[in-house]
Structure formats: C-alpha cells, structure tokens
Design a protein around this ligand. Structure first.
Ligand SMILES: C[S@@+](CC[C@H](N)C(=O)[O-])C[C@H]1O[C@@H](n2cnc3c(N)ncnc32)[C@H](O)[C@@H]1O
Length: 232
C-alpha cells in the first residue's frame, strides 16, 4: 500500500493551487485505500460564478464541472480494481480531480491524467504526488490536442454528459486507442448516457455495458461502457 503524507507535497505546487482557487484536502477511498485528494472547497460557488460571467457576455468561460468528484469516478475505480493494471499504459480523459487515474496508478499502471481545463491539473499534481513516478499530468482537449502515443487502456468517468462533446470525445478516443485496446467510460446511468449508447452504435466501436453496484447507494449503480474498435 502506498502511504501518503500531504506535508511532503512541494510548496510550489501548493502555491500554484492557492493562487487559483480555494481548495482543501479531503480523504476519499481511492484504489481501495483512504487517500488525500486535493479538492475545490466550493464547487457550487465556482459554477454560479462561471454562469454569471457567461450571462454577462464573457467569452471562453468553461463550466467548472471538474470541481466536483463525480460518483461515476468511484464506480470506475471499483471496476478497474478487477483488472490487472500493473505496468500497463493508461490514458485518462477528462480527469477532473484525478480520482480514476490515481486509482489506476495505485494499482500499478503508468498513467497520463488529462483534462481540457488547466485548473484541476494543479490539484491532480498534489493528489498524485506520492505516485508521481507513475503519473504524468497534461492538458488535453478532446479533438484539439493529440499525444504522440496510443494506449491499450483509455479511462473516462462522467465525460459523456454533453451531446456536443461526443464527436470530439470519439475523435480523441480514436486518436489515442492502441490496436486491440479498450475504452472504459462510466456514468451514473443518466438518460444522456442512454443516448450516447445509441449514438455510439453508428460508429466503428463495439459496446458492452457493465453495472457496478455501489455500497453508498446499491439501488443506483454506476454504468461502465466498454468500447473496443470493431475488427480489433
Ligand atoms: C463531469 S466532469 C468529470 C470529472 C471526473 N472525471 C470525475 O468523474 O470526477 C467532466 C470533465 O470533463 C472535462 N472536459 C469537458 N470538456 C472537455 C473537453 N472538450 N476536453 C477535455 N476535457 C473536457 C471537464 O473539465 C471535467 O473535468
């Protein structure tokens, strides 16, 4: 088990996060152990602020959906606990606070955690510090940025929540999935997720659905969508 002492996180990482937002350490079950995650202190206020700025006509304001850790992340964390990730290269898309990518790293994977927004990446650098030898953290906007590598495993929790994102998400997946690789996307069984399931059928990916029952609320499982390139 990897141990974690938040006082070891370098001051320059803490200072960088402090200049951007209010945040705090929060103990969370990650990769089957209690883990200190650096999280935004007031995600709701950040969302209201973003909406007000958009309403006032400011352009380029992105909704800070990253600021909450979504339940879908805990579900995907639980799901990948059944896989053998030791030594595997993994790319996480839309990592937000980084729960899933850190869970994969704790299980021995070598992970690139990415998000389209820079702000959460500062928190991810702190949360992943004890497993930094297995974590790289980068900005990656679906359909806009491209890494010079393909991965056998792509992970994404709660990244199917907006219809407009789907074409770029699937483009990003296609650009980064190695032949024979698998994509695991989780969501809390939203209606929009059902629509994504139908939409993806028109694309060259096979689809298998899994349900992960969660201890906190067994009646509301998390869905894991397993995608593979047809013909692989
Ligand atoms: C609902 S949040 C989920 C965050 C995290 N995966 C979790 O489950 O806690 C969706 C994430 O997708 C990211 N995102 C949204 N649009 C994106 C895009 N075009 N490219 C990359 N990331 C994007 C957001 O910044 C946010 O972190």
């Amino acid at each position: 088990m990897t141990t974690q002492d938040t006082s070891e996180v370098p001051q320059d990482l803490v200072d960088a996060a402090n200049t951007l937002l209010d945040w705090h350490w929060q103990e969370t079950q990650v990769g089957g152990q209690a883990w200190q995650m650096a999280v935004a202190s007031d995600p709701d206020a950040m969302l209201v602020d973003a909406c007000e700025r958009q309403d006032a006509g400011e352009e380029g304001v992105i909704d800070p959906f990253w600021a909450t850790t979504w339940r879908a992340a805990a579900g995907l964390d639980q799901f990948i606990g059944e896989l053998d990730l030791a030594g595997k290269r993994v790319l996480e898309l839309g990592c937000g606070t980084g729960h899933v990518g850190i869970a994969a790293a704790l299980r021995g994977a070598s992970v690139i955690l990415t998000d389209g927004v820079e702000d959460p990446l500062h928190l991810v650098r702190m949360s992943s510090y004890p497993v930094r030898d297995r974590c790289e953290i980068q900005r990656l906007r679906f359909g806009m940025d491209r890494l010079d590598e393909r991965f056998p495993i792509l992970l994404g929790s709660d990244v199917t929540y907006q219809r407009q994102l789907w074409p770029e998400l699937i483009e990003c997946i296609d650009q980064h999935l190695a032949p024979g690789g698998v994509v695991l996307l989780s969501d809390p069984c939203r209606i929009i997720g059902n629509e994504f399931r139908e939409w993806i059928k028109a694309h060259p990916f096979s689809y298998v659905e899994h349900k992960v029952q969660m201890e906190d609320d067994p009646e509301h499982p998390i869905r894991v969508m397993e995608l593979r390139r047809k013909g692989d």
